[in-house]
Design a protein around this ligand. Structure first.
Ligand SMILES: [Zn+2]
Length: 238
């Protein structure tokens, strides 16, 4: 082979080698960008997996509001922690404090129906139960522009079968620390932290300072345990 031809062959080989290295590098960069870099043992590990995959969902719910003294205190605490909750409102309270309901809705919380007067719907006639539910849904719709899709009947007692709740889903609860009646906020926090499991719905009330303190304390304690707070639809339809 002539000297010039040998040189050409060498340059050609060098060019192919450089091209091959470049292709391998690009391939690796793409895989890194897609968060799937093979680790040494052959498994595929996702970037950020430790942050998201282990989160357990749990839903905080608040009944009987809005309360003129304590609901906004709770909304401030939820906002600070970037947590969304579900509020089951009384129709008469919603009518009395529409600005608080507006704020709840604007800040991304879910709003449900808890009857108009906090009555035991199971003891009412179909007509009266229907009126309790309809008046509350209308009150919420007037303020937020949306009809609630979820009903939490007071005391957990479902209404007699009536067309009023036909398009609504009844939502009860898994954990009830009785925050409205007994114990300090630390007792309530302790009860919830002890009892809670993944996808549970926790029942609280936004009607006293100790309940608000308990709610925020529960968030802080459970977030440290890898829980993430969501609205009830997210644990029901998971
Ligand atoms: Zn209630």
């Amino acid at each position: 082979m002539k000297k010039a031809a040998k040189w050409l062959l060498c340059i050609n080989l060098l060019a192919w080698t450089l091209l091959a290295v470049q292709v391998l590098t690009v391939n690796m960069e793409q895989r890194v960008a897609q968060n799937t870099v093979p680790v040494q043992n052959g498994d595929v590990q996702a970037k950020g997996e430790d942050a998201d995959a282990v989160k357990k969902k749990v839903a905080l719910t608040f009944d009987d509001g809005p309360d003129p003294d304590y609901t906004e205190m709770l909304l401030d605490g939820l906002k600070k922690r970037n947590v969304k909750a579900t509020f089951f409102l009384l129709g008469k309270q919603a009518e009395a404090y529409p600005d608080i309901v507006k704020r709840m809705h604007k800040e991304g919380h879910m709003i449900g129906n808890h009857s108009y007067d906090h009555v035991n719907l199971a003891n009412l006639s179909k007509t009266d139960a229907a009126k309790q539910i309809r008046m509350t849904s209308e009150a919420i719709h007037k303020i937020t522009g949306e009809y609630p899709q979820y009903l939490r009947p007071p005391f957990g007692n479902e209404p007699p079968e009536c067309s009023c709740a036909k398009n609504m889903m009844t939502v009860l609860w898994d954990v009830d620390p009785l925050d409205w009646c007994c114990g300090s906020s630390s007792t309530v926090i302790e009860k919830v932290v002890k009892a809670v499991e993944e996808d549970d719905i926790i029942l609280l009330h936004d009607a006293s300072e100790s309940s608000v303190e308990a709610a925020l304390g529960i968030i802080d304690a459970l977030e440290k345990q890898g829980y993430e707070f969501v609205t009830v639809d997210e644990v029901i339809f998971e």
